[in-house]
Design a protein around this ligand. Sequence first.
Ligand code: BJW
Length: 230
Amino acid sequence: MEKIVILTGAGISAESGLGTFRDAGGLWAQHRIEDVATPEGFARDPALVQAFYNARRAKAATARPNAAHEALARLQAAWPGEVVIVTQNVDELHEKGGAQGVLHMHGILSGALCATCGHRWPAPAEMAAGEPCPACHAPTARPDIVWFGEMPYDMDEIFEHLVNADLFAAIGTSGQVYPAAGFVQEATAAGSRTVELNLEPSATVSQFDETRFGPATQTVPEWVAELLAG
Ligand code: BJW
């Protein structure tokens, strides 16, 4: 039975009303990456970083999964082989749409992490600068988000899935952030077919065997229906 590995990025949640990073008017047009998505930025101004993530946590809490998230959950439930979803998104809309076992390589907005001892716990709706860790009591609670220069989560498991994939799909990701941007190369080297679904060609578009362009709420349900029809 064919194994499908799917990588998703901010584009799949765009039509749920959550901002992407690099599109015009996206999150990085409003904030400098190095201020809000690096450990150095957090050390410099924890209040700014907490405010950035508090706002995104509040927005994600009310966001609804869209037809693309729901189509991937349908594929997982109906496909006779394995369907692994790896997401760079921190919004948990795949789970809200019914997906199982999602690998959150860049963390989750609903999680908190101690920068001192590494303890992880559910984040409150609002986090403040200098909040204490419930385990070691150091005043270093932060969002459980993977910032630039940090190791993404579950990498061993993800690479294991990639080398065993028969089909790799990247959905709504610009292909500008590593290691995720290198997954298509890993999958190709392992003999997998590859497909990109995106609004526009990504930075790695030339590395895919097949491309489908358009809004995720259209392209993903169509692609899933074709797969399930055989
Ligand atoms: C639609 C749509 C619609 C819109 N329908 N589509 C070379 C190799 C390895 C590492 C590096 C390297 N060079 C540099 C590095 C280091 C660095 C990096 O990649 N820098 C680049 C800027 C060059 N990477 C790291 O530091 C990572 N750690 C690391 O590498 O550790 C060492 C390591 C080495 C080797 C193996 C393993 C580990 C950590 C990266 C952490 C990224 N964190 C962020 C922010 C935190 C999360 C958050 O706040 O939410 O994660 S950055 C930001 O970018 C966020 C995203 O998850 C990530 C990717 O963005 P994404 O999802 O692609 O969004 P956009 O906005 O870029 O694109 C949206 C796409 O959707 C577009 O293509 C649109 O067309 C499309 N779209 N509407 C369909 N309706």
